[in-house]
Design a protein around this ligand. Sequence first.
Ligand SMILES: Cc1cc2nc3c(=O)[nH]c(=O)nc-3n(C[C@H](O)[C@H](O)[C@H](O)COP(=O)(O)OP(=O)(O)OC[C@H]3O[C@@H](n4cnc5c(N)ncnc54)[C@H](O)[C@@H]3O)c2cc1C
Length: 489
Amino acid sequence: MGTKTHYDVIIIGGGVVGTAILRALSRLQLQTALLEKAAEIGWGTTKANSGIVHAGFHSEPGSWKTKLSVAGNRMFEQLCDELDVPFWRNGLMMVARTEEEEEILRRYYQQGLENGVEGMELLDAEATHHLEPNLAPEICLALRAPSGAVVAPFELAMAQAENAVANGAEVYTGLAVTDIAHTENGFVVTTDNGDSWTTTYLVNSAGLFADDLARICGLDAAPIIPRKGEEYLFDQRVSDLVTHTIFPVPTPKSKGILVIPTAEGNLMIGPTALELPYKDDLATTAEGFDEIFAFTQGLVPSLNRRDIIASFAGIRAGSSTGDFIFETSHEGRAVHLMGIESPGLTAAPAIAKHVCHMLAEAGLPLNEKPNFNPRRPPVIRFKELSDEEKARVIQENPLYAHVVCRCETITEGEIVDAIHRGARTVDGVKFRTRAGMGRCQGGFCTPHVVRILARELGVTPLEVTKRGDGSHLLVAEAKGFLKGGELHD
Ligand SMILES: Cc1cc2nc3c(=O)[nH]c(=O)nc-3n(C[C@H](O)[C@H](O)[C@H](O)COP(=O)(O)OP(=O)(O)OC[C@H]3O[C@@H](n4cnc5c(N)ncnc54)[C@H](O)[C@@H]3O)c2cc1C
């Protein structure tokens, strides 16, 4: 058991929201730390969502969801430019197929105007099919919002954390907060390794588990409602079927099932919306797939199930009020973020600003750091380089000449860079570089990634995990695969 430095602010939870807050605080002259229970940053809801930067016409005027998603949307260009994160303002379309749906769609258009969404237009059938020729012929009206965009959510969380650390913040992974006690000077936070962390201010950004931590702080927090969403990813060779993110008119529970061009270039369909009695069921199901596929084929008839290469599920931290919830305890010195369901990714940069204001109201001094650097060193994405750039990069570092993931053309140089930026597991490498995300889903490259991780981290391949404790990939020196702790191809 050890006692750490006294921090000005401790953030619990390293999702896209917690890391956005950490980065915002790293601009200031403060001692800050973030505690995350998973082996790496961004492995909660942030890892498994649709990656859409919403335009802001879905939620009610005046709600936190509207205010913070419209403001957040406007911050994304600069954010992703500074952090070198894949971002694409592809625009989004809500489409109607019947007169009844047309009426609903027009109401969302009015709501969007009220919410201050810029550039929206209503398109008739001809204009819609001119822009998106692969949409179903019966689509008769579309609401187009050019401010809609897509982003790589996991990379964004990683990049925010990396940039915050470069500016003096501290990030600790693999540590779950188990207790919070109030003291004269603030709080003592206990983690599952027995360590105590003292802080003057506290931000509870623990996603699905924020209600439990709020209760530890004495709040009578309403239970978060876990709502699962399954998503299915297509091979990159069918990426061009649509350009806009295609929405149906919403259901009472969700924005409906969508066709989504991702920032990484794959088309995706989903999500479902299923309320769960528990917070850890990430299974995809045959029923979920059937529901999603049948529905999205009604939007884009040429979708083919044989092109699907991967599936995953994420769980929304459903709100008891239908809106984001910001509660405080201890005279405002602890801020609790609950119900940060969709559009929480879109709103994350604006949520961070809002939380800074809340902390300032409780007395946190907001003095700017004169030497804050908003830029993260750019990531070399080998596949995207011109032939001349590839030759130059290889000359500077021959590891870029070794392609490890053949499906996605990811080189050893990119994998080593990801490890030097913080990847500690096979999934950490996968989500930072896309090694293992292609058609063969890591069948070819995983042993190579294990070998590179072991070499760079100075451990044996037996110690390398897929996603932290309990997910070791190798158990023994079987079949001559491992000799003397080394992995042989
Ligand atoms: C299927 C699906 C699709 C979605 N699509 C979109 C979309 O297209 N656009 C959009 O804007 N939003 C979307 N969302 C919502 C969006 O993903 C979330 O709002 C956002 O990721 C929430 O981020 P977060 O940081 O609050 O939560 P999380 O990412 O869950 O982060 C919370 C973190 O806290 C950690 N933690 C929990 N308890 C503890 C503890 N005791 N100690 C330490 N750490 C702890 C967790 O491990 C986790 O990493 C979608 C959600 C789902 C499920």
